[in-house]
Design a protein around this ligand. Structure first.
Ligand code: CP
Ligand code: NVA
Length: 327
């Protein structure tokens, strides 16, 4: 398998064999790290990390993975560079590509990261856009594989706003890798029709199933994994909270939903999560609308079934695999 020089912009650009290879490479790098075996395989290289939106997991994963591989890192936030204000993406791409061996981008439209890649002669990695979050799915699928020993046929149910990066990427990843994927949401929160059609086409080859369901109980029956994300994503206006809460509250992951799924079900979340009122936004929204949690109850989040922190750790191992494979 040779992915040298490839960008990692969205899962649609990759085959099942290539995604499987990246997941297996991540498992191997994880085993090496746990065993204390050095793997400075990119010694002397450097990467630039552009973050136009905030991040904990993705930023730290890229940084730690780069250090483990022996690389230098420059972090550029939305105020610390000329990007977008005094310099175009096309010019930025050509400047950074002349100094670095790879560029990560987190920001708004998918078209921005695609443009960055078009003008960059070194690999560009998508660290989250409005439309897609492909490195997250590699971590999720590594975690599912570690838990269930396989990906094919695993019943993965995504609850909540499925029009955005997480719903889209989980659907695409499931279609390619052969999972039984269900969305539980009100119809207006279903993903873009054209993307659903594309995934149904891909699913024919992999044996995946794609189901869109409005009834949360019907959707979660027999689930292996129940997955959710925040109801309001980065970059969205504060005003949308009220409507989201009223539309999506029946789709919160509660103990009843987990019980409905059956024994052995696991809970996953890309994080950060509003499972209590312990954050500034959680407290403000929770108090305003009379809720003690938003998309997932604290009971589920803290339960034995929750594998969210294993999932978060796997962000680092999988991002390391992407950099190693493509640089
Ligand atoms: N899951 C995820 O991308 O987290 P961060 O926003 O902290 O990077
Ligand atoms: N949908 C969320 C994912 C965060 C990892 C957002 O874009 O804010």
């Amino acid at each position: 398998m040779n992915l040298k020089g490839r960008d990692f912009l969205k899962l649609l650009d990759f085959s099942a064999e290539e995604i499987g290879y990246l997941i297996d490479l991540a498992a191997d790098l994880k085993a090496k790290k746990k065993a204390g075996i050095a793997h400075r395989l990119c010694e002397g290289k450097n990467v630039a990390l552009i973050f136009e939106k905030t991040s904990t997991r993705t930023r730290c994963s890229f940084e730690v993975a780069a250090y483990d591989l022996g690389m230098g890192v420059t972090y550029l936030d939305s105020h610390g560079s000329q990007i977008g204000k005094k310099e175009t993406i096309a010019d930025t791409a050509r400047v950074l590509a002349s100094m670095y061996d790879g560029i990560e981008y987190r920001g708004y439209g998918q078209s921005i990261v695609e443009e960055l890649a078009r003008y960059s002669k070194v690999p560009v990695w998508n660290g989250l856009t409005n439309e897609f979050h492909p490195t997250q799915i590699l971590a999720d699928f590594l975690t599912i594989k570690e838990t269930f020993g396989k990906l094919k046929g695993v019943k993965l149910v995504y609850m909540g706003d499925a029009r955005y990066n997480m719903g889209n990427s989980l659907m695409v990843g499931s279609a390619i890798m052969g999972l039984d994927f269900t969305i539980a949401a009100p119809e207006k929160y279903f993903p873009d029709k054209a993307l659903v059609e594309k995934c149904l086409e891909i699913a024919k080859k992999s044996g995946a199933s794609i189901t869109l369901e409005t009834d949360p109980m019907k959707a979660t029956l027999g689930a292996d994994v129940i997955y959710t994300d925040v109801w309001v994503s980065m970059g969205e206006p504060y005003e949308v909270w009220e409507e989201r809460l009223s539309d999506l509250s029946p789709y919160a992951v509660t103990a009843d939903i987990m019980k409905n799924a059956g024994d052995g079900v696991r809970f996953m979340h890309c994080l950060p999560a509003f499972h209590d009122l312990g954050t500034a936004i959680g407290k403000e929204i929770g108090e305003k609308f009379g809720k003690s949690y938003l998309e997932v109850s604290d009971e589920v989040f803290e339960s034995e079934a929750s594998i969210v922190f294993e999932e978060a750790e796997n962000r680092m191992h999988t991002i390391k695999a992407v950099m190693l494979a493509t640089i």
